[in-house]
Design a protein around this ligand. Structure first.
Ligand code: PMP
Length: 326
């Protein structure tokens, strides 16, 4: 008989799926690393399990402990699944701009969810960075995950996502395109791929309102780049330690409107029911058209599933209210 001993053993080994209609104007082959096949429906299952296993191994996480994290939802889901299998409690701190579905889903897998305001400085005691840190200090037998600066985040992608992409493309990949939030995905995959072939180009997708692109181009952390935005999962107002700018060749920024519209287009044109950062990633990839030639093999990573966005990017009333569609 062939079976997984528990749900955690089904993490990883996701398929590569060709994109057809949306990329018809590009000269190259475009393949998507389709991470919604993970049990928590996102790429984050990989790093969540890695962070927990590394914390268990060096004693930061002890039996019966409480896992605390500031998470926009997907990391929380990955942590919660692993916590159920391994017997830990979870408290997640989430910002109020995240979709209600994401909060409901985290509660459905047994986590306690604390909601914080988005539009305050990271140093503000109400911010989700501050609240998650404080809960970490106050809760007995707890472990504060800190996915932004936790090296196990990048390591998960260096050890699993990167090698899978290299193997699945038989080493033919020429470009990797991916949205950047904590930076774990781009840094882990980027480092692995560049070690196999330094000519592979690594492109990050950023959003208007985030610091990454300007910082990468100038080395300046420009506070004028920071303002509220709608796109979920990518962009930051901090520089997480997991963003390794050395393995990134460039960033392109995608507008909130384009990210939302292309999230709908992936579903309607490709049958790919995916999250908002997938819309940003495919639109960003199209913006990079002049970098691609006939023999290139471009891989774009799609982080999460469309079900978490039914109240927003997949709701035409919301899309009209935002001015994204007529
Ligand atoms: N897309 C979604 C939906 C996410 O939740 C995240 C994580 N914040 C990202 C993209 C960015 O991935 P990473 O944190 O590895 O940079």
């Amino acid at each position: 008989m062939q079976y997984a001993k528990n749900i955690l053993e089904t993490i990883g080994n996701t398929p590569l799926v060709k994109i057809n209609k949306l990329t018809a104007d590009l000269p190259c082959l475009v393949l998507s690393k389709y991470e919604t096949f993970n049990p928590g429906n996102s790429v984050k299952d990989r790093m969540a399990l890695q962070m927990i296993e590394d914390a268990e191994a060096d004693g930061r996480l002890k039996p019966g402990g409480t896992i605390i994290e500031g998470t926009s939802g997907n990391t929380g889901m990955g942590l919660a699944l692993a916590a159920i299998v391994k017997g830990y409690k979870c408290i997640f701190v989430i910002s109020d701009k995240q979709s209600k579905e994401k909060m409901d889903i985290l509660r459905a897998v047994g986590a306690e969810v604390v909601v914080c305001p988005t539009d305050v400085e990271p140093e503000d005691p109400r911010s989700y960075y501050s609240v998650s840190k404080r809960l970490g200090e106050e809760t007995p037998n707890s472990w504060y995950v800190n996915q932004y600066d936790n090296p196990s985040n990048t390591k998960a992608h260096y050890q699993s996502t990167g090698p899978e992409i290299w193997k699945q493309t038989e080493g033919k990949i020429t470009h990797f395109v991916v949205g950047v939030g904590t930076g774990g995905t781009i840094s882990g995959v980027g480092k692995y791929l560049k070690e196999q072939n330094p000519d592979i180009k690594i492109w990050g997708i950023d959003t208007y309102g985030s610091v990454f692109k300007k910082y990468h181009e100038t080395g300046i952390f420009d506070e004028k780049e920071i303002y509220p935005y709608v796109t979920e999962g990518i962009g930051e107002d901090i520089l997480p330690e997991n963003v390794n700018f050395d393995v990134i060749d460039g960033f392109t920024k995608v507008t909130d409107k384009d990210a939302a519209v292309y999230t709908q287009l992936l579903a309607k044109e490709e049958g790919m029911f995916l999250g908002n950062s997938a819309g940003a990633a495919i639109k960003g990839l199209l913006q990079l058209k002049e970098h691609f030639t006939k023999d290139d093999v471009v891989v774009v990573l799609f982080h999460d599933h469309g079900s978490r966005y039914v109240g927003k990017m997949f709701n035409d009333d919301w899309m009209r209210k935002m001015g994204y569609i007529e």
